[in-house]
Design a protein around this ligand. Structure first.
Ligand code: PEP
Ligand code: MG
Length: 544
């Protein structure tokens, strides 16, 4: 038995066979002679063609013909000569395959984007996504996941949020990644999906594929070819986990108030209807953060206003009158959208992401805000602005929102013009300006994941610096206190929706700082309610 140490992101112990995803072999990409480059390029085209064919089949069964169509369009573009011939020509003239693909792709997508016809313009995004995937394949990136017939434990260099969101929970018992960090979106998704996972193990042995293993998502250990004793421990841990889950279930319907009778609410973070169902089962008192980007990631184009409206209404219906806070598209950095062409940024976490990206693409923002306003006619829904750094971003969104309200009025489309518009406080700048921002925001939600990253200057994806954010640093504590006070002074609600809110080691501290609303992964709700129930000096169970 070999023990591999990494960082556990929760989810107890599982046992199963490892499946090794193709490793990234050459991120830096070393160009070879033209003949070799041509071979590499043709190989990448063949792989992509196979990938698109299987994506088509999968989409056909899960999402229907119309949705699957996009993959056959992509296959056609790949198979038709224009793109491939132009790339081969440049390779023959001495360019590397990557550089040739980028140049040809850019040329073609600019050509499509400048056409009059909207259908042809949309093909620019198709070209872009083909190019990005071809580049990825040339660099040896695994990309889309294969379809599994047997349940497996995935072993990978790393997983992107898009890959994690597409994991089939029935087939993936857990995953282990060589890189990654406990604060990454991939880790958050794994928690939400209740997938036991261990990240940041460093290089895994080359021959792990097909090996039996026990993965412990709590301790961060992976036992390769486990001993019988370890398999027994795993089974006992699973039984203990079931017992603990049953014990925690008694908290499902419990609600709490503080000594002044103010409710202490536990809501859920969600990114899909499946998360909403999990939230309901765990007794969530609302959805405090609907990460709309995870919804957007499931499309190969921008979801239409109508599609979004349908989904927001579904969430409201399922939440049955309880509050739902939808965060405006928080894409960019690690959360890239395949259909939204992005430019290379040296520091994407400090770049064009979240509200900055939305304001750069007002057509996306318009569609989303209109969909939210229309949904607001059917329930308690709010919009939340991600990554606010100052007053200007809030003013820009509010101005657009007022304009859209007038537009909906003129079209006699029902909506609630008073739909609350709040902000994420997840940058030090927003926390420092919280007294001013409180006057133009309907609520605050503290995004501790990014607040920790930006305050401590510690990339949340980089395991080398995660030690800086594993305990609640005093500086972040002060920013949270400052934000909670600013909200209280003007009487707007303040909640916490980052992972810190679900960390029961700091529940007492957060309550003492005035936080009365927590929004956490569904899998954390019951533990959090249990922790709140223990704060008998501050909190009482609410009696009906
Ligand atoms: C946060 O930053 O705390 C947050 C909730 O947003 P995300 O993790 O999606 O960036
Ligand atoms: Mg954030």
């Amino acid at each position: 038995m070999v023990i591999i140490e990494g960082k556990g992101i929760g989810g107890s112990m599982v046992q199963g066979k490892l499946y090794r995803l193709q490793k990234t072999v050459d991120k830096a990409y070393t160009p070879l002679a033209p003949k070799e480059e041509e071979r590499r390029f043709r190989e990448a085209c063949n792989l992509l063609d196979e990938e698109l064919a299987s994506l088509y089949e999968r989409a056909l069964t899960t999402a229907g013909e119309e949705a699957a169509e996009i993959f056959s369009i992509h296959r056609m573009m790949l198979q038709e000569g224009d793109l491939a011939d132009a790339v081969s020509e440049r390779i023959a003239a001495g360019e590397s395959a990557i550089s040739a693909i980028t140049t040809v792709g850019e040329g073609l997508s600019i050509g499509f984007a400048s056409m009059d016809n909207a259908y042809m313009q949309a093909r620019a995004a198709d070209i872009q996504s083909l190019i990005e995937r071809l580049e990825g394949l040339l660099r040896g990136e695994g990309g889309q996941l294969p379809t599994f017939t047997e349940p497996v434990i995935l072993a990978a260099e790393d997983l992107t949020p898009a890959q994690t969101v597409a994991l089939d929970k029935d087939k993936i018992l857990g995953f282990v990644t060589e890189g990654g960090s406990i604060h990454s979106h991939t880790a958050i998704l794994a928690k939400t999906l209740h997938i036991p996972a261990v990240v940041n193990t460093g290089s895994l042995p080359a021959d792990v594929d097909g090996k039996n293993c026990v993965l412990d998502g709590d301790t961060g250990r992976v036992y390769l070819e486990p001993s019988e004793a370890m398999v027994r421990i795993c089974k006992e841990a699973q039984a203990e986990n079931r017992r603990r889950q049953a014990e925690l279930r008694s908290f499902t319907d419990k609600c709490y108030v503080d000594q002044d009778g103010i409710p202490v609410k536990v809501l859920a973070n969600a990114g899909s209807m499946a998360d909403v169902e999990a939230a309901i089962s765990a007794g969530a008192e609302g959805i405090g953060l609907f990460r709309s980007e995870f919804l957007f990631m499931q499309y190969d184009r921008c979801p239409t206003e109508e599609e979004q409206y349908g989904i927001y209404c579904d969430v409201l219906r399922r939440m049955n009158g309880k509050e739902v806070i939808v965060r405006l598209l928080d894409a960019g950095a690690d959360k890239t959208l395949p259909w939204l062409p992005s430019t290379h940024e040296a520091n994407p976490a400090l770049g064009l992401r979240a509200i900055r990206l939305c304001l750069r693409h007002p057509e996306i923002l318009r569609g989303q805000i209109r969909a939210l306003y229309r949904a607001s006619a059917h329930g308690n829904i709010s919009a939340m602005i991600p990554l606010v750094t100052g007053m200007e971003e809030v003013h820009a969104v509010r101005t657009l929102a007022s304009e859209l309200c007038r537009e909906l009025d003129a079209q006699t489309i029902s909506h609630n013009p008073k739909m609350p518009i709040g902000i994420m406080v997840e940058t030090p700048s927003a926390a420092i300006l919280s007294d001013k921002l409180a006057k133009i925001s309907d609520f605050f939600s503290i995004g501790s994941n990014d607040l920790l990253q930006y305050t401590m200057a510690a990339d949340r994806e980089n395991p080398e610096v995660s030690y800086l954010t594993e305990q609640l640093p005093e500086s972040v504590c002060r920013l949270i206190e400052m934000t909670a006070r600013a909200a209280k002074d003007v009487g707007i609600p303040v909640s916490i929706c980052g992972e810190l809110g679900g960390d029961t080691r700091v529940t007492h501290k957060l309550l003492s700082m005035g936080i009365r609303k927590f929004s956490v992964s569904a899998g954390r709700i019951l533990q959090l309610k249990e922790a709140i129930s223990k704060e008998t000096g501050l909190i009482k169970e609410k009696m009906y």
